[in-house]
Design a protein around this ligand. Structure first.
Ligand code: FES
Ligand code: FES
Length: 156
């Protein structure tokens, strides 16, 4: 199998993989990166989202060949326990996490939004999270958390 090289959460990464294998499979089963979750497997739910550039994209249907030489960020790359990303802190402050299954994908969608647009309106936040399904009913808290993080990140 060929070696596929890419950057994962800021680190140069090389993995021998079938070029057609889904990135999500390789992340979880080969690289121990388990933040992105398998939900629908069909680009319908957002549980598997990773960030490439300033876009949140589904990793469940993304073949490995398509990430060669790209920068991929998963929820593990946003922050750490000691140094959480402002979004992670805001989700805790707003108690926006419920079961947690879909939250890694939601954090990725929110982080990608803030990269593109550091001061989004509530409507823009809702639009950015629209593709992320969550059955816990925490959407309003999540929107508040994203807006809180944006204003904290904008503070001098
Ligand atoms: S598991 Fe990838 S979008 Fe649902
Ligand atoms: S936090 Fe998303 S389904 Fe529960």
């Amino acid at each position: 199998m060929p070696t596929i090289r890419f950057h994962l959460n800021g680190a140069a990464t090389a993995v021998e993989a079938d070029p057609d294998q889904a990135l999500l499979d390789v992340l979880r089963s080969r690289l121990g990166v388990t933040g992105p979750h398998f939900g629908c497997g069909a680009n319908e739910c957002g549980a598997c989202y990773v960030m490439v550039g300033d876009r949140a994209i589904s990793s469940c249907d993304m073949p490995m060949w398509s990430v060669a030489d790209k920068e991929v960020v998963t929820v593990e790359g946003l922050g750490s326990e000691g140094q959480p990303h402002p979004l992670q802190s805001a989700f805790i402050a707003e108690q926006a996490m419920q079961c947690g299954y879909c939250v890694s994908g939601i954090l990725i969608s929110a982080a990608a939004l803030l990269r593109r647009n550091p001061s989004p309106t509530e409507t823009e936040v809702r639009a950015a999270l629209d593709r992320n399904l969550c059955r816990c009913g925490a959407h309003n808290r999540m929107v508040r958390a994203v807006l809180r993080a944006a204003s904290e990140m904008a503070a001098p």
